[in-house]
Design a protein around this ligand. Structure first.
Ligand code: SIN
Length: 521
């Protein structure tokens, strides 16, 4: 019997977790736009959240996730993902993953925003993502094919099923890769905004590919802005992890006033959306904010990556680190079921590309690497138990694929998204943005002619339209989606998802969404 053939688009934690959960006999090809290490996972500083401590429990982790998610999480998905995540963490420990330990040799646990207990496992201080990617790659060594500098341009849909992908290499040659299954693990769309924490390769590809192929895209209005990027003279230098606040860092203005005091009971460790809005509000009043790290001893040892970022920016940490919010994570994405299946047969989505229901309207800190590990493993388990579909036997047909490339500049797109679809949104600005996006002059370019930059702009433009329309439709504020003209969380919106497909946009009630939600962060 021939073994299953799978193409994975993307090379972050979700992709590698997926590949390492399959039998070695499967033919897995990971294609990635740049180097195999260019992914958002690589930059993840915070760590992996899991109810590891004796005094912790899955239920407590579930409650914190639901609290941060503002009543928009799928409670069944949350419980299942966190339960499976705990098992994966234990497996990583058994496999000697080098989690940081304390002086007694016990796994050390950090704290981040909206967690009621210390439950963040980290490695290399603030280099968890990089170390995890290296670990998974080493485990996969020789077992899978990794193709770098290749961009997925379009999914091949045959008889309503996904049968492979059309790709372009760095020399501009187009080819058609066929497979039994395609797995999208291409991250979110961080490059839609001026300041962000994402790799430059993260341009909404997974979302746009899935949308073009006929999948459902949901929750695009929920874009998470991390409160603290090091931003100096208008340039972003990198993330200042929430773990810094977990260890005693606090946000102050020039006078030394702690800006989170009195704003939220959890102060500096309030959920991310709350802290981002507070900083944004201060900045609108021309009040620059910095991270006071004076209460953290041994900063350089605990946060070596951040120390390097500060050095690169010429910042003396003892003077405070200048910070401002930036786009970090897309809670929405390709709508999937518990196994990562999309609405298109044989097409899966995992990691940030997918919307599993775990994060709701605002992701709890350090739940994303956990989700990447679990969603990768689950999709693999599902594919393993499916009968082979023999798709590969068919010949690859040449196709004439046409792209719509807007005649706009990336910088202008980013500026307009930041202003109108950023931390604070409002109807007229969103309407103007939507009009600008849909009125853009469009070039129709054949796949053979299109450059990678044009393809990326086309993907980002598609993602921008989905974010903007969703943000316009959701006339309430919830989690990371804040409308100044509808500042309250509205009961009538509870449990409702805005779902886009090529044929229509619908607002659908999701019965799985947490019904007992009674408070707002
Ligand atoms: C951080 O270190 O603050 C980011 C971690 C995360 O996004 O979960």
């Amino acid at each position: 019997m021939s073994e299953k053939t799978i193409i994975v688009i993307g090379s972050g934690t979700a992709a590698l977790s997926f590949a390492s959960s399959l039998p070695p006999s499967y033919q897995v090809t990971v294609i990635t736009k740049k180097n195999v290490k260019n992914s958002n996972s690589h930059y993840a500083q915070g760590g992996i959240a899991a109810s590891y401590a004796k005094e912790d429990s899955i239920e407590s982790h579930v409650n914190d996730t639901l609290y941060a998610g503002c009543g928009h999480n799928d409670v069944t998905a949350v419980r299942e993902l966190l339960k499976s995540g705990k098992k994966i963490i234990n497996q990583l420990i058994v496999s000697q993953f080098p989690f940081d330990v304390d002086s007694y040799g016990e796994v050390s646990l950090g704290k981040e925003g909206a967690h009621s207990i210390r439950r963040i496992l980290h490695a290399g201080g603030d280099a968890t993502g990089r170390i995890l990617v290296d670990f998974l790659l080493q485990r996969l060594s020789g077992r899978i094919q990794i193709i770098e500098h290749e961009t997925a341009l379009d999914l091949l849909i045959e008889h309503g099923r996904c049968a492979g992908v059309a790709v372009k290499d760095a020399e501009g040659s187009v080819s058609y890769r066929r497979s039994d299954y395609v797995v999208l693990a291409a991250g979110g769309c961080g490059n839609l905004y001026q300041h962000h924490t994402n790799d430059s390769a993260i341009t909404g590809d997974g979302i746009a590919l899935a949308y073009r192929a006929g999948a459902e895209i949901t929750d695009m209005e929920f874009t998470q802005f991390h409160p603290t990027l090091l931003i100096k003279n208008g340039a972003a230098y990198g993330l200042i992890s929430e773990a810094v606040r977990g260890e005693g860092g606090c946000l102050t203005d020039l006078s030394g006033r702690r800006i989170m005091a009195g704003r939220h009971p959890l102060e500096d460790l309030a959920p991310r959306d709350v802290v981002s809005r507070a900083i944004h509000e201060e900045m609108m009043r021309n009040n620059p904010i910095s991270m006071d790290c004076s209460r953290i001893s041994g900063f350089e040892k605990r946060f070596p990556t951040i120390t390097g970022i500060c050095q690169a920016a010429g910042i003396d940490i003892s003077d405070g680190i200048p910070v401002a919010p930036g786009m970090h994570f897309l809670m929405g994405g390709v709508k999937v079921n518990t196994w990562g299946e999309t609405a298109v047969p044989d097409l899966y989505a995992i990691g940030e590309t997918a919307c599993t229901g775990l994060h709701g309207a605002n992701r709890l800190a350090s739940n994303s690497l956990l989700e990447a590990l679990v969603s990768g493993q689950r999709a693999a388990e599902h594919i393993i138990q499916k009968p082979a579909n023999g798709r590969l036997k068919k010949a690859s047909a040449e196709r004439d694929i046409i792209f719509q490339v807007p005649d706009i500049q990336l910088q202008e797109l980013q500026a307009r998204m930041t202003n109108a679809a950023g931390i604070v949104r409002e109807k007229e600005q969103l309407q103007a943005l939507e009009k600008w996006l849909s009125d853009a002059f469009v070039h129709h370019i054949n796949m053979k002619e299109i450059t990678i930059e044009q393809a990326e702009l086309s993907f980002l433009w598609q993602a921008a339209k989905l974010v903007t329309v969703s943000a316009l439709l959701r006339e309430e504020s919830r989690g990371a989606h804040f409308r100044s003209d509808f500042p309250q969380t509205e009961e009538q919106w509870r449990g409702k998802q805005i779902i886009h497909s090529k044929s229509e946009t619908v607002i659908r009630k999701n019965e799985g969404i947490w019904k007992q939600w009674t408070f707002c962060s």
